[in-house]
Design a protein around this ligand. Structure first.
Ligand code: F6R
Length: 243
């Protein structure tokens, strides 16, 4: 595991964007796995800027997002589809047909999960997966207890996740209780992984995930078993690590 510690959120975002751009420049047909949430927003801003400056070209890039809420239409203001459009896709030269997120309003959610796995396989697998981390160690929406062999599946969100994500909704009651998420195995099959975290509130879980026991109680601890993980932290998120 390679751990890069940056001064602050901006430096973390810039460093992450450079790694993603380097990956795309070395393989223009890169299959990217993407995350939503607050953490990657700065990285996306940097990628948009680099795209506008001609430093990275998304015309042949294919993307798969980690997750989507069940029951939210893709145009719902709080859907992850909408989040990705607003933070990245609407501002770069990616082809619409190359963008993939699970469909949280599919008539059969089980079928949708299977189809999503097939689409990832058909694209050749994920070259670089970007991850954030939840306060309980979740990656994607794989909450504590999720088996390491899980593929894309329907998940019940943990109470803590509902509360954390309620900041994007009018009230916690509006946060969907379920989501479709890539599984832990899906994530672990990515050839490279980039885990981002910033802020003091992530320090404890980052320390557990990177240096604690590998256990389903801390889903992100599974990353210790992956051969190619880069972790980019700001000083605050790194503050509980033994350095
Ligand atoms: C988002 C996702 C989640 C977030 C995590 C951290 O697609 O899969 O695992 O990465 O909840 O969220 P933030 O960045 O908002 O702290």
């Amino acid at each position: 595991m390679k751990i890069i510690i940056c001064k602050n959120y901006d430096e973390m975002s810039q460093t992450a964007a450079e790694i993603v751009a380097k990956q795309i420049n070395s393989n223009p047909h890169t299959v990217l796995g993407l995350a939503t949430g607050s953490t990657p927003v700065g990285m996306y801003k940097n990628l948009v800027k680099m795209n506008k400056e001609g430093k990275v070209d998304f015309s042949n890039v294919v993307t798969f997002n980690l997750d989507e809420y069940v029951g939210l239409d893709k145009d719902h203001p709080c859907s992850y589809h909408r989040f990705m459009d607003e933070n990245l896709f609407n501002h770069i030269n990616i082809k619409r047909e190359n963008i993939h997120l699970p469909n949280g309003t599919a008539p059969s959610l089980e079928e949708e999960c299977k189809t999503y796995e097939k689409m990832i396989a058909h694209a050749g697998g994920i070259d670089l997966q970007v991850l954030g981390i939840g306060h309980n160690g979740h990656i994607g929406f794989n909450e504590p207890g999720t088996p390491f062999h899980s593929l894309t599946h329907v998940v019940e969100l943990a109470q803590r996740t509902i509360e954390a994500n309620s900041r994007f909704f009018n009230s916690p009651d509006e946060v969907p209780r379920k989501a479709i998420s890539m599984g832990i195995k899906t994530i672990m099959q990515a050839r490279k992984i980039l885990l981002l975290a910033s802020g003091k509130d992530k320090a404890e879980i980052i320390s557990k995930a990177l240096h604690g026991p590998i256990t389903t109680d801390v889903p992100a601890s599974v990353l210790q078993l992956h051969p190619n993980v880069t972790v980019i932290l700001d000083e605050d998120a790194a503050s509980a690590l033994d350095r």
